[in-house]
Design a protein around this ligand. Structure first.
Ligand code: MG
Length: 155
């Protein structure tokens, strides 16, 4: 089965930019209820989608104070635990859309982190990054979006 995930967060000066658990050197970071790891949120939605288990908002409501400022990695680990006895992740492909900074130097680091978090071989995790060609909110540097698609198989 395949699952699709998408997330977008507003960027604000002076906040940390965390993508896939890696802190990216940037003047701007994501505004969020959690740590704003838009990439991990997108992965979570793709996994939940593939397993037919709803969406991130149902599992971790942003009205719930226990999730305030929480590391998104903990949320991902919780989802991985939920699906572990029924599904195995086959591969995952991620597309980050961010105007700046350019992520060329960070993609490998992000992939390595995801290999560790998802416990799958490096060849089964792909991280892509691009800009929005200066168009719209992402192009103006006001937001960062991430698309994810993954495949899981039933155990
Ligand atoms: Mg989010």
């Amino acid at each position: 089965m395949v699952g699709f995930g998408y997330d977008i967060h507003r960027l604000e000066q002076g906040r940390k930019l965390i993508l896939g658990g890696i802190e990216i050197e940037s003047e701007f970071g994501c505004v969020a209820h959690s740590d704003g790891d838009v990439l991990i949120h997108s992965i979570i939605d793709s996994l939940l989608g593939a397993c037919g288990m709803g969406d991130i908002g149902e599992h971790f409501p942003d009205t719930d104070n226990q999730f305030r400022g929480i590391s998104s990695i903990l949320l991902l680990k919780h989802v991985l635990d939920l699906i572990a006895d029924k599904y195995k992740l086959v591969n995952i492909d991620i597309m980050i859309i961010l105007e700046k900074p350019k992520l060329k130097l960070f993609k490998e680091q992000i992939r390595d982190k995801l290999v560790e978090l998802l416990s799958i071989p490096p060849a089964r995790v792909n991280v892509k990054a691009g800009t929005n060609e200066k168009l719209d909110s992402i192009g103006r540097g006001d937001a960062c979006a991430v698309y994810t698609i993954c495949q899981v198989e039933e155990l």
